[in-house]
Design a protein around this ligand. Sequence first.
Ligand SMILES: Cc1cc2nc3c(=O)[nH]c(=O)nc-3n(C[C@H](O)[C@H](O)[C@H](O)COP(=O)(O)O)c2cc1C
Length: 314
Amino acid sequence: MKNVWLELKKKKNKAPILALAPLAGYTDSAFRLICKNFGADVVYSEMASVTALYYESEKTLDLLKFCKKEKPYIVQLFGSDPAHFVKAVKIIEKEIKPDGFDINFGCPVKKVLKQGAGARLMSNLKLSREIIENVLKSTKLPLSVKIRTESFSIGALEFVKNISDLPVSALMVHGRTLKQLFSGPIDLKIIKEIKDNFSGVVLANGGINNFKEIEGLVQATGVDGVGIGRGALGRPWIFSDKCSNLNQTELKDLIFKTAYKHLKLIKKNKGEAGLGEFKGHLAWYFKDFAGASSLRAKIMNAKSFSEIENIIKA
Ligand SMILES: Cc1cc2nc3c(=O)[nH]c(=O)nc-3n(C[C@H](O)[C@H](O)[C@H](O)COP(=O)(O)O)c2cc1C
């Protein structure tokens, strides 16, 4: 069985691996494909509940469907019950056939923490290890983990040392503590320590807003690549070096063209049910240029994709 992480490392030949980080509510099939077309090397699904999959939720399984052009594609899972992970992994391997699995150890959302998952799971070293061991035993696909620099007093390094003998292929570290949530400085020192103490592929994540910042983060930490989250929202060309120096007119043109393509894709995949999510994306596309706020207001009031299509065309 091929290991996507080893292949990516070989293919990139010391250039940074560029990953689209998981973003619930955003990184669906349409957005993943758009990022892939702009140069993302690997894309993650939105986090999916292993408990929902354990109880055979069709809706959750549907959320994980993808198209081949997105590959390599990683499915991210959250939960806290080893048995739920085992069943979920088996179902997904059979029904979805992704290139790898990822476990979420960083989500700060209360509903997730309450069930002992996400960042709460990172702080439970014994259970984290048990879940990782069980997933490794249940699938031939490579496993990665996504962690924070600290969660409930457990540091990233402690977490990594606790699993250092297990064949975990990759790790994405969000360079912020649980307390920081999604803002504030990225801890370069801890990211570098993780790189020095983890034998698999290490991706640094947090606060990357343009192509140049990728290089800065890689140089400062020695990581194998980066995970880009919000920096890709409304600006999916962040993965493309070629698009890093556009003038205002070229940029505006790219925004409209990409938003239009995105609309077509999401409409094809989800029908009118995707309208609310697409409005979320449009709020990111239509900012930072003259007239953007009135355009946003019009779009938020739109009742259908065809209404939005007309606004974009106009
Ligand atoms: C709206 C939103 C949804 C997110 N969903 C997930 C998720 O499903 N799984 C996950 O591991 N992290 C999730 N994250 C965290 C991001 O993957 C990333 O670690 C964080 O946003 C920092 O990176 P950035 O500064 O590049 O956005 C989410 C973040 C945001 C803002």
